[in-house]
Design a protein around this ligand. Structure first.
Ligand code: ATP
Length: 374
């Protein structure tokens, strides 16, 4: 399918858009094990919200609570203003569409019949029209008469999405719906799904452990760890204004340097970094994204000890440079720099390094446990 690019896909929705999902103070335990605690979350009409986080952080549990597949233990859940928790409203009466990683189609029904299945409330003709509309949106109209076993995994996933969207649910719940597909196919189906969700204007809650998928799909991301939301915001907010080191490292492997705060700054081998939120004398953790290092080849090294290239690798769209950085006072560090395009200097090439401060983050060292460190 070909579409015009979505405008402002990453912007939050108009604040006045109605709330389709509201979750307040959700706690859930399996026996003695607390899976999620103190979760507050809203999804507005037309908004895609991603639950992002490492395996076991509680994403699926939250989705299952909204779907009605888990009985609400504590807190409030409402879809389109209707409370669903007490008494428990069963999944089929919640007006939510479900799409999971392995969404099984009915093997004895054709593609068209699979999609019309949930539309009993419509007259038969309208039912078929609606199913064909959805199949067309997902590029599967030609396969309406086929049976599931004759389709590829990606085609089956498209049909499953069409089936979930056909009844016009107020809210779509998607749990890693693309993860069983290979990379190319996943990109296409992801793109098509985003366009269909935006076209239909449904609210959506999508579970993923893949930060790139979350950035691609989401208007807002709730980044989770150990059953809690660590930070909730637009992809830009999480990437550019991370609340703690975990948020930084979840999106990318970064360079980490440590130093003491002196006059509001931390000295590093690649220059001084402002640390306005830290106290004088405090030990600081400086996190530098590889793209924050601006590297230029030098013909004449400025000093006998200069920064130089250790290794350069082409990764495709970017080149990765391993650099030995030398700073004032004999400080030295091994750093990774990511440079757009093909930039493959020789080993030993002297370089100058400048920092883009917008992709450098400073935290008090030791305050937050680090995950997935460089
Ligand atoms: P993944 O990405 O691996 O699916 P997740 O973030 O979706 O992980 P959940 O599936 O919600 O995480 O699980 C949260 C925690 O609750 C985990 O520690 C998990 O082992 C536990 N858990 C989940 N389901 C059950 C269950 N039915 N019984 C007992 N413990 C469970």
């Amino acid at each position: 399918m070909h579409h015009a690019p979505l405008q402002n896909a990453a912007e939050p929705p108009e604040t006045e858009a109605p709330v389709v999902l509201s979750m307040q103070d959700i706690h859930h335990a399996y026996g003695r094990h607390t899976a999620v605690a103190g979760i507050d979350l809203t999804v507005h009409q037309g908004e895609v919200v991603c639950l992002l986080g490492p395996s076991g952080c509680g994403k699926t549990t939250l989705l299952r609570i909204v779907a009605g597949l888990e009985v609400l233990q504590r807190g409030h859940v409402a879809v389109n203003g209707r409370a669903l928790g007490r008494p428990h409203v069963p999944p089929e009466h919640r007006n939510v569409g479900l799409a999971f990683q392995e969404s099984a189609l009915f093997p004895h029904l054709s593609v068209l019949e699979n999609v019309t299945f949930g539309l009993e409330s419509l007259p038969a003709r309208r039912r078929r029209e609606r199913a064909r509309e959805l199949l067309a949106l997902l590029g599967m109209e030609r396969h309406a008469a086929s049976y599931p076993h004759t389709l590829s995994g990606g085609q089956q996933q498209r049909v499953a999405l069409a089936r979930a969207l056909a009844p016009e649910p107020g809210l779509m719940l998607l749990d890693e719906p693309f993860s069983s597909l290979d990379a190319r196919l996943r990109d296409r189906i992801r793109d098509d799904t985003l366009h269909v969700l935006k076209k239909l204007g449904a609210g959506a809650l999508l579970v993923t452990h893949d930060p790139e998928e979350a950035m691609f799909m989401a208007d807002r991301i709730a980044l989770m760890r150990d059953g809690h939301i660590v930070q909730m915001g637009t992809p830009r907010e999480l990437y550019c204004e991370p609340a703690d080191p975990f948020v930084v490292t979840f999106f990318d492997t970064v360079n980490e340097l440590f130093g003491e705060v002196r006059d509001g700054r931390v000295a590093t081998p690649v220059g001084e970094v402002a640390a306005p939120k830290l106290a004088e004398g405090e030990w600081a953790r400086v996190m530098i994204r590889p793209e924050a290092l601006r590297v230029e080849a030098l013909t004449t090294p400025p000093a006998p000890t200069h920064s130089h290239v250790v290794m350069a690798k082409l990764l495709g769209r970017t080149s990765l440079l391993h650099i030995c950085a030398h700073g004032a006072g004999g400080r030295e560090a091994h750093l990774h720099a990511r440079v757009p395009g093909v930039f493959l200097p020789e080993e030993g090439q002297p370089v100058s390094i400048r920092l883009d401060p917008s992709q450098v983050f400073v935290f008090a060292a030791g305050t937050s446990p680090a995950h997935g460190e460089a």
